[in-house]
Design a protein around this ligand. Structure first.
Ligand SMILES: Cc1ncc(COP(=O)(O)O)c(C=O)c1O
Length: 350
């Protein structure tokens, strides 16, 4: 793959207080960039991280034709840098792009471009369980024209941000019964920027009541539990782990599919099926709802301590050896090259 590289003159890394990082505020020295023009992706470039200039009429500003990904790199004790299932993110950005009528980004550009970028900025991946490098690939519509029609120019980029382990604090959720995140035939399965914009207002209303996230339900009847802000969700009823099947309303999470595989490997009974609000409320009343947790790249696994449903509140029991903790350790040990990777998920940057 032809790749143009422009190196920074002087790294900014010595200015960074790695013990005090806020999620997604600081970016590494370089960025990867590729433009789609005249019906083709042009020669990709890596150049110093910097601001971009766009005409105010660029389509992304008006019609939200934008998709993105989120993934992480980790550094082990030998200073090797590892990615977790990058092929999944590479495929998913093109699934998202297709739904928003954007051109697919070539696989080798994505994977080789990312590998080169991470080699160049590897100092920014700090060692230790507390650190990771958050990677944000995205595609935006850049044609200068406000007609409401698909763009004929796009920009693909990868930017990277050093992060500390994302301590979410306590997470309690509201089961959605008014607003919806996604509808049948819509864009819920895509990582489309607009999905997130649409979730912020209901999430703010939830947070004003002391709940950090909305647990979205199906838009038709608010009858089935689907996913949370940036996490797929799992429910442990007695010794069975339940999660919703993916659909056109739900993002096919990389962590979700990894949790399902690891849980099965641990001998846990996993049921992938529609999960009714009523069955979870009933299980909570009977004391049979032992755990709820979210699964996503940012947090890996985030226990959910309680929920609210139609103004009734429920707290989950505190339990030892939770499925959440067992599964989280298995996955993070694979991600950080601390355990055997029997599934072949880890990819070395080299
Ligand atoms: C809506 C939504 N659901 C689920 C997830 C979890 O997906 P993954 O495990 O691939 O990060 C994310 C985060 O990417 C998300 O934004």
């Amino acid at each position: 793959m032809a790749l143009q590289i422009e190196n920074i003159e002087k790294s900014r890394i010595s200015d960074v207080d790695f013990g005090n990082l806020k999620f997604g505020e600081i970016f590494t020295d370089h960025m990867f960039e590729c433009d789609f023009e005249n019906g083709a992706w042009q020669t990709p470039k890596i150049r110093p991280y910097q601001s971009l200039t766009f005409d105010p009429s660029a389509k992304v500003f008006h019609y939200g034709q934008a998709v993105f990904e989120g993934m992480k790199a980790y550094k082990d004790t030998n200073n090797d840098v590892w990615l977790f299932r990058p092929d999944q993110n590479q495929k998913r950005i093109n699934i998202s792009a297709e739904r928003l009528d954007m051109p697919a980004f070539p696989k080798e550009y994505f994977l080789e471009g990312l590998n080169t970028l991470l080699k160049m900025d590897s100092e920014w991946v700090q060692k230790g369980d507390d650190f990771a490098l958050y990677i944000r690939p995205f595609i935006i519509a850049t044609e200068h024209c406000v007609s409401a029609a698909t763009s004929n120019r796009y920009k693909f980029m990868i930017i990277c941000s050093p992060v500390q382990s994302y301590f979410t604090g306590e997470v309690r959720v509201v089961f959605a019964d008014e607003y919806s995140r996604a509808a049948n035939g819509g864009v819920g399965f895509a990582k489309a920027a607009g999905n997130y914009a649409a979730s912020f207002y209901p999430t703010r209303l939830a947070s004003e009541q002391g709940y950090q996230q909305v647990l979205w339900t199906d838009a038709a009847n608010h009858e089935f539990l689907e996913e949370a802000g940036t996490m797929n969700v799992f429910f442990r009823v007695n010794d069975t782990l339940l999660t919703a099947p993916t659909s056109d309303r739900i993002l096919d999470g990389v962590t979700r599919k990894s949790v399902i595989q690891v849980a099965k490997d641990e001998g846990i009974n996993v049921e992938v099926r529609n999960v009714r609000v009523s069955e979870i409320v009933e299980a909570a009343r009977k004391g049979e709802l032992l755990e709820m947790f979210g699964a996503g790249t940012a947090v890996v696994i985030s226990p959910i301590l309680g929920f609210s449903h139609q103004n009734e509140t429920f707290e989950l029991p505190k339990i030892e050896n939770s499925y959440a903790s067992i599964i989280k350790k298995r996955i993070t040990d694979i991600q950080r090259n601390k355990a055997e990777d029997k599934f072949g998920w880890r990819v070395k940057v080299q």
